[in-house]
Design a protein around this ligand. Structure first.
Ligand code: GLU
Length: 484
């Protein structure tokens, strides 16, 4: 048994979108699972649409996801000579022939055919030309393309996703493999490259199914070993329509900027068109995915890109990841938001880790953590007006309560149990439940209606900041009392 060799073959005509990333991931997982190789081929033969910027975006996206390729990148455009040589081999072996019909001729014949019987198929008239005539016309400099002569019969394969697929060859015309300027047509380039790269499994989107019979014919005519094929289902948005920009972020880099973790993105993409089967925990590490990934779990039906699920998945990975992996990420984002410097956060390492532990269970993205971390990092908070209107509805009451809280806390050792005992005792003397204290306190301390548990907030904020915030809230409530 040879080890599997797979490739991801993007055309560098845009950013790396989630569909491409899913294809790359499945190829990579299959190669890793079976001890094979994962290769990257940049299909840059369309010079007008290919850009270096897009090639860079593809590399960066794959690197971010951790989908590293095992051999130097192959650039399709660098292999045009081989593509041409392979096409000429087909010409020499009689599997292909020169066609002198001009684009204008063909266009005219297509229009006539469509007006009469419908579909147009090349009528093979140049296949009737004798050798001498062909040689004479070529020598005279008349432009010609090279067409592959489609044999009789059917062309089929056992697809790893769709099982048996077969096309009647009569529906496929003698397709062009070399243009008149000597450049190869897409199917010729892909087949020549896949042969040269010793690809054993071609796994790609099912929009390529119609290309596969042509490629299979080329393998056969070139006498090359046939790879297996797997055509992955399309990805749809939650409305059941093909995923597009209308659905929001479709570039992998957009999700990276939204604070999605690469391991969550990989986990989420892995389940778009694959499932390990049976009862399983959807949250999987990359190693678990490699251990479980297999062709048997590939799905035929379109996969749905559910943004909510991606965010949920990210939350799950946020909670599970090692703190010393999360901390540098969070430090970078907090510094970028201007809330603290990275070195300051590094110096307060133990404190910062406690804060992260507290916030990550309530967050879906690293950006959520940054938002929630703000009250713990800045000198003073602004009050969310909805939260204030609710929790401080009766300003005089709220003020009296916060004064009592401040006086109580000022005399307590700053430690969770002592703080809890003191606040419970205070609530009891005022004849209210302790919960009644927390709403007004939460707005005073964080500015928000939601926060981690009150005792955790107190411990992480620390004594000085807590007392300062209570004092500021009391001043603010004085103003509100004056107004109301
Ligand atoms: N370059 C093609 C694309 O981006 C992929 C070709 C293939 O995988 O065979 O759709």
């Amino acid at each position: 048994m040879t080890t599997p060799r797979l490739r991801f073959a993007p055309s560098p005509t845009g950013y790396l979108h989630v569909g491409g990333a899913r294809t790359a991931l499945f190829n990579w997982l299959y190669a890793r699972r079976h001890g094979g190789q994962f290769l990257l081929r940049v299909e840059d033969t369309d010079k007008a649409r290919s850009t270096d910027e897009s090639t860079r975006a593809i590399f960066e996206g794959l690197e971010w996801l951790g989908l590293m390729w095992d051999e130097p990148v192959v650039y399709q455009g660098a292999n045009v000579e081989r593509h041409r040589a392979d096409a000429e081999r087909l010409l020499a072996s009689g599997h292909a022939y020169r066609c002198f019909c001009t684009a204008a001729d063909l266009d005219f014949r297509r229009k006539v055919a469509e007006a009469n019987e419908g579909a147009f198929k090349y009528d093979r008239r140049c296949d009737q030309l004798d050798r001498d005539e062909v040689a004479r016309r070529v020598a005279a400099g008349e432009p010609s393309v090279v067409r592959f002569r489609v044999p009789e019969g059917n062309t089929g394969w056992t697809d790893l996703v769709h099982d048996s697929i077969s096309f009647p060859n009569k529906d496929i015309e003698d397709f062009v493999i070399l243009r008149s300027d000597g450049t190869p047509i897409y199917n010729m380039a892909v087949t020549s490259d896949d042969i040269a790269m010793h690809i054993t499994l071609v796994m790609r989107g099912d929009d390529h199914i119609s290309n596969t019979p042509k490629q299979i014919m080329l393998y056969e005519a070139l006498g090359a070993p046939m790879p297996q094929f797997a055509h992955l289902p399309m990805i749809h948005g939650s409305d059941g329509k093909k995923l597009s920009k209308r659905h929001g972020a479709t570039a992998v880099a957009d999700w990276q900027h939204e604070g999605i973790l690469p391991q969550a993105m990989v986990n989420f993409l892995a389940l778009l068109g694959w499932s390990p089967g049976g009862e399983f925990d959807e949250v999987m590490s990359i190693d678990e995915l490699i251990a479980k990934f297999d062709a048997a779990g590939l799905r035929k039906t379109a996969a749905v890109f559910d943004t909510k699920k991606l965010e949920w998945m990210n939350g799950q990975h946020l909670v599970r990841m090692a703190l010393d992996e999360l901390a540098p990420l969070a430090r970078r984002k907090i510094a970028a938001a201007g809330l603290a410097t990275e070195s300051d956060l590094e110096q307060r390492g133990a404190w910062f880790n406690t804060l992260l532990e507290l916030l990550r269970v309530r967050a879906r993205t690293v950006d959520d953590i940054v938002r929630q971390a703000k009250p713990f990092l800045v000198a003073s908070v602004e009050y969310d007006e909805h939260a204030a209107a609710k929790a401080w509805k009766d300003a005089a009451d709220a003020r009296a309560l916060l004064v009592a809280v401040r006086d109580t806390l000022a005399g307590v050792a700053w430690e969770a149990t002592a703080l809890e005992t003191a606040l419970k005792a205070l609530a009891e003397t005022r004849g209210i439940g302790a919960g009644k204290l927390f709403g007004p306190m939460r707005v005073a301390l964080t500015g928000e209606a939601n926060s981690p548990g009150m005792f955790d907030v107190l411990v992480v904020l620390g004594r000085d900041l807590t007392l300062a915030r209570l004092a500021a809230a009391i001043v603010d409530l004085d103003r509100r009392t004056g107004v109301t």
